[in-house]
Design a protein around this ligand. Structure first.
Ligand code: FE2
Ligand code: FE2
Length: 308
């Protein structure tokens, strides 16, 4: 039975129970650590998909030296993993903790909700560890100097949105809505890398392992949302339906600050021109469908954006 079928079929309590049973078999955390040494390193292969670079068609990028482009793709893998760590730690983990400490919503699904959120929390801790290991593996293989970056727009936006909340309940709902959006759309993003046979095998393998867990999480958060939405007022539902698409937009942000830091870090020629022009490029629009499906399933419509 597919996970989606389970979510479509039963009562939330039964759905969460079945998802928890599936977790025992499928979760990477129950399969032991990934053995990075068992996957051969291919120095000739790029460490990241060029198609995901915001400046991939810029003339200065296209005409750059191959060794510099290779280094940028390695740092792209690093930035991608660093952003993943922030998503796991700052977006998903707080929402899991909220529901473990104090499960909300009507009905009898209290224990099941705590159970699946505890499992998701374990998964996200593993993903954080996997991201750091995978990032450092590439640094060591390529003999690159690590880059540090902390100012992701996604994190800044999250802090601003939470600071505008008028109550602890609104902050909880905001954290949950952001996590729901994140957990619904991350599989789309992971699929781009996990299906790419041209990139570094280890990078593909790590994203594939992460994607397996996230397929489960999208169902877990979808079922949890169904459970929680039932207990919300009309205005709270409308608020939830505004925060979800806003989060999607922040995920699609090109994070040019991070790219600027990387290009400066390796003294990439004509980087100011690349960064300046890349600001004009639109955001990646790959996430909308899965989130629209989530809102439809919940009987909600994406509302016009509310700006903090
Ligand atoms: Fe994850
Ligand atoms: Fe997740």
């Amino acid at each position: 039975m597919l996970i989606d079928d389970i979510v479509e079929s039963g009562h939330v309590k039964e759905t969460l129970k079945k998802l928890s049973l599936l977790w025992r078999d499928r979760a990477m955390v129950n399969k032991g650590p990934l053995d990075y040494n068992s996957i051969a390193f291919s120095p000739e292969k790029p460490d990241f998909a060029e198609s995901l670079l915001p400046f991939r068609s810029h003339p200065r990028w296209l005409s750059a030296r191959p060794d510099l482009k290779s280094a940028v793709l390695s740092y792209a893998w690093a930035i991608y993993n660093l952003k993943t760590v922030y998503v796991e730690c700052d977006i998903v983990t707080p929402a899991c903790e909220d529901l473990i400490k104090c499960p909300v919503g009507n009905g009898q699904a209290r224990y099941e909700l705590q159970q699946v959120m505890g499992e998701a929390l374990l998964d996200e801790a593993l993903h954080t560890k996997m991201s750091i290991s995978a990032c450092n593996y590439i640094y060591l293989q390529r003999n690159l100097r690590p880059v540090d970056y902390m100012d992701f727009n996604l994190v800044t936006w999250r802090s601003r949105l939470l600071s505008h909340c008028g109550s602890e309940w609104e902050r909880r709902l905001t954290r949950f809505a952001m996590a729901c959006a994140s957990e619904t759309l991350i599989t789309d993003y992971l699929r781009t890398l996990s299906d790419d046979t041209l990139i570094q095998p280890m990078c593909r393998e790590v994203t594939r392992a992460h994607a397996i867990d996230e397929w489960g999480h999208s169902s877990v958060f979808s079922a949890a949302a169904e459970h929680i939405i039932g207990s919300l007022s009309q205005s709270e539902r409308a608020y939830f339906a505004r925060v979800v698409p806003q989060t999607v937009d922040m995920f699609a942000d090109n994070e040019m600050g991070a790219w600027s830091a990387v290009l400066t870090h390796i003294d990439f020629p004509n980087r100011e021109e690349i960064i300046q022009d890349s600001h004009k490029i639109g955001q990646v629009k790959v996430y909308q469908d899965s989130v629209a499906t989530l809102l439809n399933r919940l009987g909600l419509q994406a509302s016009p954006y509310w700006t903090a």
